[in-house]
Design a protein around this ligand. Structure first.
Ligand code: ADE
Length: 659
């Protein structure tokens, strides 16, 4: 039985809804924009969808509707016909009788979504983030563009920010927008809400109030934060992308609620002379302050498990709750006759079968979004197809799995493309080779990697829906990307395998020894995997993941023993072959070295044991990826993180230890 409204609607409301539907009824069926989730461009107060698919709605009372959300830094919209008598995503949508689609914020299962509906044909093509004020309507019609250039600003409202100890927060916004008028400048609003923070980045006309406040700094070159309400800070500036980096004053105590990371390696070094002199004068006081500071940072900064769990359960992937489940599939081939307007920039990765480019996806005449494009030559059709087939499962979507946008066949260039999110920090191997990381970054990288792998392996989404388990089969640090908030996402599904019941005997027989020799589990090196048992593929992935976790840990300053970056089994240079890996991993039972110094920090020690359990020679004895997530969560949420003892010394030079 279909429900005609939310539970508990009184008879008066039912009558009202009935009258409303009668009003909306016309002889003709409405035509609405109707596109699966796709990225859109938002300029000022409006979001423009380049959706070119329209449908005639099924029911006479149907209105046009849209759902808006953010995913990995992209603004996504799904447009559809909607029966106003039914809830959309579990809530009744208000304001259905208006001709413009004005998005209304909804908090559905812990996710911030915006939904709207409207009554004109295709009125859901352009979406308003809020109703225009009279002033704005006026300024819209009056503003003349003159010859002044329009500003290029960041335009997002991401849910988290990364702040460093020098008082600079980065917006993590991947969307640029050329402002609508030359009067507009870049502006940002930083809000703290019960421990969560969000940064909104927009173009804004300083003649108008911003969140109810005057923008007094609109001609500044940088965005200097000003507290205007208890939990609200704003700034504006007039320079290209100047609202990406938000400057708080050096007196960080001025900003209750803003969580600044502990100083980075380099700032510690620059503070060294001061620290040393203070250390000599009052060592005991300093040590206890330092110790308390560390503990409070861990408690404050690391994500709370509960809140993350609810965020991870992505409402958009829930067909039961969605009025038009057939249309939910972002991960499909771009069947539009027109190819996406993409301009390739530079190569950012070279793979076995394809190269990856940083590229600009044009959103409107003067704005673009940065994306990554993996380009396969025509000869590599089967590699493109198999990676696309893995990606095309909408249930694969996860914050720790590279976000797929679409696939295209570029006949003119004789190429096949996979278009994905772009991550500026690049791959984990490159990052670790260049940078030493702190305890907190190590935890973020490690737990998110384990979460990504656990999601691939799982036969359930975080919301509990069925999904096909995937074995990655080529996990290595160069196949992991680092996002702006220091979490990871797993990429390159070229060798991945769907572990569903339909695996043919040939597929199984051909699936023995694939991957990169350096990261291959012993049973893979020996071609002795139990191919009948799908768990064996996951166990081999966990072994490879353990090597990546070791790489992350080896660059963490909390171990007290950070050496130059080396890949696992680093003494084997270049791309070692299977035979030489067999000598190390099987004949000599070698694994990367866990220096004794790592046991001087309780957290590092605990994680080292976890890593060792993951690279056990016996596949059955290895932990599952989910268990690794739980181990990290336990450490992250535990109250006592012991600092390293001051006498920590390097425990030797070899990068390899015997098992
Ligand atoms: N290298 C390979 N894929 C990438 C991506 N999506 N973003 C950034 N660098 C990459």
């Amino acid at each position: 039985m279909e429900r005609l409204g939310p539970p508990g609607l009184g008879s008066g409301s039912v009558l009202l809804v009935f009258l409303m539907s009668a009003l909306l009824r016309t002889a003709d069926l409405r035509i609405c924009s109707s596109c699966k989730p796709h990225p859109v461009n938002c300029v000022s107060n409006q979001c423009f969808s380049n959706c070119s698919v329209s449908t005639e709605c099924v029911n006479e009372q149907d209105v046009c509707a849209a759902v808006w959300w953010r995913d990995a830094g992209l603004v996504m919209v799904e447009t559809l016909c909607h029966d106003p008598l039914k809830p959309m995503l579990g809530v009744m949508v208000e304001d259905i009788l208006i001709s413009e689609c004005v998005l209304q914020e909804q908090n559905i299962h812990g996710r911030h979504l915006r939904v709207c509906s409207c009554t004109g044909d295709q009125c859901n093509q352009n979406l308003l983030l809020r109703k225009l004020t009279e002033e704005e309507k006026l300024s819209k019609t009056n503003s003349s563009s003159g010859f002044r250039l329009k500003q290029n600003c960041k335009f997002c409202d991401v849910e988290s920010s990364v702040c460093n100890a020098s008082g600079v927060c980065e917006s993590a916004c991947g969307i640029n927008s050329i402002c609508e008028t030359p009067d507009e400048v870049c502006a940002s609003a930083w809000r703290s809400n019960g421990g969560n923070s969000s940064i909104e980045t927009v173009c804004h006309n300083p003649a108008l109030l911003f969140h109810g406040h005057n923008l007094t700094d609109s001609q500044s070159r940088v965005c200097q934060m000003r507290r205007v309400e208890e939990d609200l800070y704003i700034c504006s500036c007039n320079d290209e992308e100047c609202n990406d980096r938000l400057f708080f004053n050096h007196d960080l105590k001025q900003y209750p609620g803003v969580q600044f990371d502990p100083p980075s390696e380099s700032s510690w070094f620059s503070l060294a002379p001061v620290l040393i002199s203070v250390f000599v004068l009052i060592p005991i006081v300093l040590l206890s302050v330092f110790y308390c500071y560390h503990i409070s940072q861990h408690k404050l900064k690391l994500p709370n498990k509960k809140s993350l769990d609810s965020e991870r359960c992505n409402i958009f992937m829930n067909p039961e709750e969605h009025s038009d489940s057939s249309s939910i599939n972002a991960n499909s081939l771009n069947h539009n006759t027109e190819l996406l307007p993409i301009q390739l920039d530079r190569v950012v990765g070279k793979g076995r079968f394809a190269d990856v480019y940083k590229a600009k996806l044009k959103q409107s005449a003067d704005s673009f979004q940065t994306v990554a494009v993996k380009i396969f030559p025509y000869e590599e059709f089967s590699s493109w197809k198999s990676e696309w087939q893995i990606f095309s499962d909408v249930e694969l979507r996860h914050e720790n799995v590279l976000q797929f946008l679409t696939a295209e066949e570029r006949t003119a260039e004789r190429q096949y493309w996979l278009i994905t999110a772009y991550h500026e920090r690049g791959n984990l191997q490159e990052l670790l080779a260049l940078q030493v990381i702190g305890w907190e970054e190590m935890c973020r990288l490690g737990v998110s990697l384990a979460r990504g792998v656990a999601h691939l392996h799982s036969d359930r989404t975080p919301c509990g829906r069925a999904k096909v388990s995937i074995a990655h089969r080529d996990l290595k640090s160069s196949n992991v990307l680092v996002k702006s908030d220091w979490s990871c996402c797993v990429c390159d599904f070229g060798l991945s395998l769907r572990l569903d019941s339909c695996l043919s005997p040939e597929e199984l027989a051909n699936s023995g020894q694939v991957g990169t020799a350096r990261y291959m589990a012993p049973e893979v090196l020996e071609s002795r995997m139990d191919l009948e048992n799908t768990e064996s593929f996951k166990q081999a992935d966990v072994y490879s993941m353990a090597l990546v976790l070791w790489e992350i840990m080896s660059r963490c300053s909390a171990t007290g023993d950070v050496r130059d970056y080396e890949p696992p089994f680093g003494k084997l240079k270049g791309h070692p072959c299977v035979e030489s890996m067999k000598d190390d991993v099987i004949r000599d039972r070698l694994r990367p070295e866990i220096p004794t110094s790592w046991s001087k920090h309780a957290g590092v020690h605990h994680l080292s044991s976890t890593i060792e359990e993951c690279w056990d020679h016996d596949p059955e004895a290895r932990l599952t990826a989910q268990c690794v997530v739980e181990r990290f969560d336990d450490i992250i949420n535990s109250d006592v993180i012991l600092p390293i003892s001051p006498d920590t010394k390097s425990a030797g030079d070899s990068g390899i230890q015997e098992m």
